[in-house]
Structures are given as structure tokens and as C-alpha cells.
Design a protein around this ligand. Structure first.
Ligand SMILES: [Zn+2]
Length: 178
């Protein structure tokens, strides 16, 4: 079974990933959590949610070697979770789809980049998923459900940061800087 948790920043994607993994661990199932090395927000060895919840994670490179490592290291686990999937190459989707034949796989990531363009890897995982959990944040301008991530300054597509550099916005209040 493959569960995709998608949405903008500040929607609680990591919190939901941790919740799904913890229920499995409480039931005695062996779980492993991965995250990309690029993401060092808050705690280098844990998957950290913006609300402070944490879970121990294995950090792998967000490239083909990292995707290979996820496949290999998952072998003896019943539950496999990957956070921030948008940083990995699209081949991650095929690997998770394969793992999901035997295991519960939970994948969390951004749906759209700050320009409002889909992330290829997230898109592919959503297509393979048995269940898609689409989370919204709260628009910082109007308080309506936010499905987009607003960047407050221009820069590269992948730039890790939390509050201060990004805000959640609804469709109406999202704009591309620069
Ligand atoms: Zn709004």
C-alpha cells in the first residue's frame, strides 16, 4: 500500500507522516524513515515537523544513489516512510511503487514549487498511490485553505527554509516573485 501525503508548506505533512508511522510502531511493526540530506531544518537526525514533533530518520542523498539506498535499506522493514520526496529524482516513484507491493509505504512531499509548477517526483508518486492525503495550510493573507507555497524572495527552485522565507497562500493570494 502506498500513501502519498501532499500539500504546500505548513500543511502538516511531516506531522501526518509521523502519525501514520507511529501507529504502525505501536502495533509492533518495524518502520524506517528516510529524508534527504538537503533538509537540515531543526534537527540533523530526525524528521522534524514545524510543530516540533520528531522522528528518527535515515538521511540519504537526494540522487540516484539515495534512491538505491532507500530500496536496499528497506528490505527488512514492514513500514517505509520518505519525507520531502520532491527533492529526490523521479525514479523514487518506481522504487516506492515496487516496495508498496509488500510493505506500507508513506511518502510526503510538496505538490507544487513556489512558482505553482508540479514537482515531477511528487506527481508520479501521487499517480501510483493507493491513497492520496491532500493537506492544506491556512493562507496568511485571507485565512482560507492554502494549497500553494509563497516565496517571499526570489532564488533557486530548491531552497530549504521555514517561516520567514515562505508562507502558505491560497490560489488567489499566490504570486511568483521576480
Ligand atoms: Zn488567500
Amino acid at each position: 500500500m502506498l500513501v502519498a501525503i501532499v500539500g504546500p508548506m505548513f500543511a502538516g505533512k511531516t506531522t501526518e507522516l509521523i502519525r501514520l508511522v507511529e501507529r504502525q510502531v505501536i502495533a509492533g511493526r518495524r518502520a524506517i524513515v528516510f529524508k534527504p540530506t538537503i533538509d537540515d531544518r531543526y534537527d540533523p537526525d530526525a524528521v522534524a515537523a514545524h510543530n516540533g514533533a520528531k522522528y528518527k530518520a535515515v538521511r540519504v542523498a537526494p540522487d540516484e544513489s539515495g534512491v538505491g539506498a532507500i530500496k536496499e535499506l528497506s528490505a527488512s522493514y514492514q513500514v517505509v516512510a520518505v519525507d520531502e520526496v520532491q527533492f529526490f529524482p523521479p525514479s523514487l516513484a518506481e522504487v516506492l511503487n515496487e516496495l508498496a507491493d509488500e510493505k506500507l509505504v508513506v511518502a510526503a512531499g510538496l505538490n507544487l514549487d513556489y512558482r505553482g509548477q508540479p514537482f515531477e517526483t511528487t506527481m508520479r508518486i501521487m499517480a501510483y498511490a493507493d491513497k492520496v492525503v491532500s493537506l492544506t495550510a491556512v493562507c496568511t493573507v485571507c485565512g482560507r485553505p492554502a494549497t500553494r507555497t509563497q516565496r517571499l524572495a526570489p532564488g533557486p527552485r530548491i531552497y530549504v527554509g521555514g517561516a520567514g522565507l515562505y508562507e502558505a497562500r491560497c490560489r488567489r493570494h499566490h504570486s511568483v516573485p521576480g
